[in-house]
Design a protein around this ligand. Structure first.
Ligand SMILES: Nc1ncnc2c1ncn2[C@@H]1O[C@H](COP(=O)(O)OP(=O)(O)OP(=O)(O)O)[C@@H](O)[C@H]1O
Length: 258
C-alpha cells in the first residue's frame, strides 16, 4: 500500500430536494486500502458509493478517483469543466460494485452473467471472457455451478456470482453496498469469506458499507463512522471498536452490538 489517495471527497455536498445528505464530506481512501463505512440508517453511506459509481451527481465539492476529478475534467486552460461522457466512462471503468440485491440476469447461465459485460464493454473474445469467468468462479468457490441458472442457486451463491461479475471488469476499486443484508443469516458467512479472501489481495482497493461489525473489524484497515452526512470518527478497527473517542460512536456501537 502506498500513500496516494485513490478516492478523495473534498467538501462534497449532496442534496435530495430539501434533504442534505452529505454535508461538506471530506473522505479519502488510499490505494490498496480496505475501508469499512458504518453508521446509522440515512447517514449517507450508500450515497457515497452511488456517487462514485456516477449513479448520483453532487451539489458541491469535488470527488476524485485516481487523482482525476470525477464530475469535472481539466479544460485546455487547466480549469475544471463539466465532465464529458467519455471522461465519465473512463472513470467508471476503474470501479466495480457489489449491490445488496444481486440482480443477476435470470435467463443467462452463471458463467454468461459474468462474461457478458467483458465481451460487450471490454471487447474480450468469448474464449478470453470464458477463461476469465471460470477463474473467477474458482475464486468464489463456484467452479461447479457455471452452467446453472440464478434461480438454481442459493442467495449466498448468487451474491458470490455478483462478486465474480464485478471482478470480471478488472476494477482497481471494488465497492460493496451492504452485500449480505439481503441474505438469510446462515448464508452470510460464505459471502463474507469470499470478501475476506479478496481483502488479502493487496492491490485491490475496497470500500465496504456494512452492518456486519465483526466483519468490518476483521477485514478493514480503517473504519469510518458516518453520522448525518459526515465522518464523525475514523480509525483502525481496534481503536474504533474498543475505544471510540466520540460519544455518538459509542452509543451507535452499543446499540448495534447489544
Ligand atoms: N434517490 C433519492 N431520492 C430521495 N432521497 C434519497 C434518495 N436516495 C437516498 N435518499 C435519502 O438520503 C438519505 C441517505 O441515504 P443513504 O442510502 O445514503 O443512507 P445509508 O446511510 O446508506 O442508510 P441505510 O443504512 O439505511 O442504507 C436517506 O434519508 C434516504 O432516504
Amino acid at each position: 500500500m502506498n500513500d496516494e489517495p485513490i478516492i478523495k471527497f473534498d467538501k462534497v455536498i449532496k442534496r435530495f430536494g430539501d434533504l442534505t445528505v452529505l454535508r461538506e464530506l471530506d473522505f479519502t481512501v488510499k490505494k490498496g486500502e480496505k475501508v469499512s463505512i458504518i453508521g446509522p440508517s440515512g447517514s449517507g453511506k450508500s450515497t457515497v458509493l452511488r456517487i462514485l459509481m456516477t449513479l448520483e451527481g453532487i451539489d458541491g465539492g469535488i470527488v476524485s478517483v485516481g487523482g482525476e476529478p470525477l464530475w469535472h475534467e481539466k479544460g485546455a486552460d487547466g480549469a475544471l469543466v463539466p465532465a464529458s461522457e467519455a471522461h465519465l466512462h473512463k472513470m467508471r471503468a476503474q470501479l466495480g460494485m457489489v449491490f445488496q440485491q444481486f440482480n443477476l440476469f435470470p435467463h443467462m447461465t452463471v458463467l454468461r452473467n459474468i462474461t457478458e459485460a467483458p465481451v460487450k464493454v471490454l471487447g474480450l473474445s468469448r474464449k478470453e471472457a470464458r477463461e476469465r469467468g471460470e477463474e473467477l468462479l474458482e475464486l468464489v468457490g463456484l467452479a461447479d455451478q457455471a452452467g446453472k441458472y440464478p434461480h438454481q442457486l442459493s442467495g449466498g451463491q448468487q451474491q458470490r456470482v455478483g462478486i465474480a461479475r464485478a471482478l470480471a471488469m478488472r476494477p482497481s476499486i471494488l465497492l460493496f453496498d451492504e452485500p449480505t443484508s439481503a441474505l438469510d443469516p446462515e448464508l452470510v458467512g460464505e459471502v463474507l469469506n469470499v470478501i475476506g479472501k479478496l481483502a488479502e489481495e493487496h492491490d485491490l482497493t475496497m470500500l465496504l458499507v456494512t452492518h456486519e461489525m465483526r466483519f468490518a473489524r476483521e477485514v478493514s484497515d480503517r473504519v469510518c463512522f458516518f453520522d448525518q452526512g459526515r465522518i464523525r470518527e475514523e480509525g483502525s478497527p481496534e481503536e474504533l471498536f474498543t475505544d471510540p473517542s466520540e460519544e455518538r460512536t459509542r452509543e451507535f456501537l452499543q446499540a448495534i452490538l447489544d
